[in-house]
Design a protein around this ligand. Structure first.
Ligand SMILES: *Cc1c(COP(=O)(O)O)cnc(C)c1O
Length: 375
């Protein structure tokens, strides 16, 4: 709050010195050579696709178990989203990606589901073999690591020569927040320069550099977007970033506690984890096994709601939404892994301000609801 008030008093509200500082700190934190702050992850994905040259006639591979914006931005660019299936951990499988590559494929957007990184090494290898770009949707994983490197670091793709960027979300509910906001990181300086321009109307100079240089002249080089972050958001981000590791530790502690409390319960399967990745538990999404129960997944959610516990489902697979069925011919049954998972998923409360008592209350209540519903 102090940092935001200080920014208000400074007289510079839009993208300026605080955004620069936040970009530098975030780049250092993840280990990236370049960071470009934007006003949302959605905008960042679209800016990156534009800078990668994705447009009409191109295909972009997107896992179906994601928030709609991962696919919507591909449509905005006039390209075709090729939706693919996911494994039991919610992450896209390398086999699904490999099977969807065509001569029109321009990029792959792996989504790091729920806070756990995808099998990045396998995905980068496929991308390199076929000469396509990788744009990681890292909305859930600020702070997570893959094989000892932070998601978004240069090191993750160091062995592979492909165009590549990673986009984070600082939406209110994510692992750190600026209210709304996002950050793109990339090892590629030229791509960073293009993304910066696409995020600023396609202008070759931004307002801060024009003002500080006392010169009004600029040129529009691309039909860019209005996607810049503001200094007010960056002020929040600078302070949130300092707390990100603590937030992650708290989330992990509560997730481990849930895991223990559900260990003996056959009807609740805890999230799957991989030893080479650090999960930051943006969501704690269990898989319910309700065969032989009088309750449906919806019924379980309602019973929990009646006892003061909010739940959600992440996500309705993109290919089941009317727009994607109408425009691209997708049908139920097309991507069975994601559909089967979707039917069983339930995201339980998980946020740093919870207490151990809250976690116990949720777990005990869920077990009781499931016991009572046994047929
Ligand atoms: C939240 C989310 C986004 C969008 O993030 P915004 O910053 O709100 O634009 C994109 N992809 C996934 C997987 C998300 O969960």
């Amino acid at each position: 709050m102090r940092e935001v008030a200080e920014t208000l008093r400074s007289g510079w509200l839009t993208a300026g010195p605080k955004v620069k500082l936040f970009e530098e700190r975030f780049a250092t934190y993840v280990g990236a050579s370049n960071a470009v702050a934007v006003n949302s992850c959605t905008a960042g994905l679209e800016v990156a696709l534009a800078a990668l040259g994705v447009g009409p006639g191109d295909e972009v591979i997107v896992p179906t178990l994601t928030f709609c914006s991962t696919a919507n931005v591909v449509v905005h660019r006039g390209a075709r989203p090729v939706l693919v299936d996911v494994g039991p951990d919610g992450n896209v499988t390398p086999e699904a990606v490999d099977g969807a590559i065509s001569s029109a494929t321009k990029a792959i957007i792996p989504v790091h589901y729920g806070g756990q990184p995808c099998d990045l090494e396998a995905i980068y290898r496929i991308a390199e073999d076929h000469g396509v770009a990788v744009l990681e949707d890292a909305a859930h994983v600020a702070g997570a690591t893959y094989r000892a490197s932070k998601v978004g670091s240069d090191a993750v793709s160091a062995a592979h020569r492909i165009p590549r960027a990673t986009v984070f979300s600082f939406y209110a509910t994510k692992t750190m927040t600026t209210g709304e906001g996002g950050m793109i990181t990339t090892p590629d300086e030229e791509l960073a320069r293009l993304m910066r321009r696409w995020a600023n109307h396609g202008m070759d100079r931004d307002a801060w550099s024009r003002t500080s240089a006392g010169d009004w002249y600029y040129e529009v080089v691309d039909p860019g977007y209005k996607a810049n972050m503001t200094d007010l958001q960056a002020a929040l981000g600078i302070r949130q970033l300092e707390r990100l590791d603590d937030f992650a530790l708290t989330r992990q502690r509560y997730a481990n506690l849930y895991d223990q409390l559900f260990a003996g319960l056959q009807q609740v399967e805890a999230p799957l984890t991989h030893p080479d990745r650090e999960h930051v538990y943006y969501i704690y999404s269990v898989r319910l096994a309700l065969n032989g129960s009088k309750l449906s997944r919806r019924g379980v959610g309602e019973a929990l709601r009646d006892r003061g516990i909010g739940t959600s489902v992440h996500f309705i697979p993109v290919h089941l939404h009317p727009f994607y069925q109408r425009s691209f011919g997708y049908r139920p049954g097309d991507l069975p892994g994601a559909e089967e998972l979707f039917e069983r998923l339930l995201s339980l409360p998980l946020y740093p301000r919870m207490t151990d008592g809250d976690v116990h209350y949720v777990a005990d209540t869920l077990s009781r609801v499931l016991q009572e519903a046994r047929a």
